[in-house]
Design a protein around this ligand. Structure first.
Ligand SMILES: Nc1ncnc2c1ncn2[C@@H]1O[C@H](COP(=O)(O)OP(=O)(O)O)[C@@H](O)[C@H]1O
Ligand SMILES: [Mg+2]
Length: 260
């Protein structure tokens, strides 16, 4: 069922749990957050939640606050209001690098690789928060097995990879931090059409490894197709929530918010 998002504060999940769509112990709970750039509000009222093992898509047109939402959750943008709880703990006083250690990892818009470092060096930079060398090695092996091109080019500069290959590298670098929740900001951006399918398959593969995924995409159709649930954001406010199928099937959503 589609739900129009209300702007009142979200009730705590423990009250009336039978009726509340919020699971009793979500992995991530974002309540009415606001964030701005030099006092200009970029997100005004954003609430969302993710249960363990879900793929949730956050969609909406350009400039509506998707990246700001992810950056605020990652601790890279300060909050003006609202709260974020991850695995039951409030995050407001927790710096960005500590959020990564706790398993909350962002693969940023535009990938942000180090183009002059090798593929392997980029991966190892994602792994530096992981003390467990065996886990690091295991994830590295997963990356090379899944994307043979990364293994073949591990000693080449990351900047020599194609857009799609760089995106795969960026996602694998995120995995090297051993996330419980991986946030992906526009993973299909700048990727050749024949590799876009691979990106979406990879997201499903990541989930099958038990990792929860919050996905921001311009490619709304494909994102909602693989998502369990989706949220629509417009001018910094959450305006709609529903299953991927329901959102895709709604003419109102498609026309008013997604320009489809
Ligand atoms: N670094 C920045 N400095 C100033 N304004 C910004 C910056 N980044 C984003 N904004 C503004 O914040 C709003 C939301 O942007 P953003 O979160 O990047 O949207 P989206 O990811 O949905 O395209 C927009 O109005 C955008 O112009
Ligand atoms: Mg963005």
């Amino acid at each position: 069922m589609l739900q129009q998002q209300r702007s009142q504060p979200v009730r705590p999940a423990t009250i009336d749990a039978a009726e509340d769509p919020v699971p009793s112990r979500p992995m991530l709970q974002v309540r009415n957050i606001q964030s701005s750039y030099r006092r200009v509000p970029a997100i005004r009222d954003v609430s969302l939640h993710l249960g363990t093992g879900e793929i949730v898509a956050l969609v909406g047109g350009n400039g509506n606050g998707k990246s700001t939402t992810l950056r605020a959750i990652a601790g890279l943008n300060a909050l003006d209001g609202g709260s974020i709880t991850f695995k039951g703990k409030e995050l407001s006083a927790v710096p960005a690098h500590e959020r990564v250690k706790r398993g909350l990892v962002l693969v940023p818009e535009g990938r942000r690789l180090f183009p002059r470092l090798t593929v392997e060096q980029n991966l190892m930079l994602g792994g530096f928060t992981t003390a467990d060398a065996a886990k690091r090695e295991q994830t590295l092996q997963f990356a090379y097995d899944t994307f043979t091109v990364l293994g073949e080019r591990r000693r080449q500069q990351a900047g020599t990879l194609s857009g799609g290959e760089q995106q795969m590298l960026a996602m694998c670098r995120g995995l090297m931090s051993q996330p419980d929740l991986l946030m992906l900001d526009e993973p299909s951006w700048g990727v050749a059409p024949k590799l876009v399918t691979r990106i979406f398959e990879t997201i499903q593969l990541i989930r099958s490894r038990g990792i929860t995924v919050l996905l921001v995409e311009q490619n709304v159709h494909r994102a909602l197709e693989i998502a369990d649930r989706g949220y629509v954001i417009q001018t910094g406010r959450m305006v709609m929530e529903g299953s991927g199928q329901d959102l895709l099937g709604s003419d109102e959503v498609r026309q008013a918010y997604l320009g489809m």
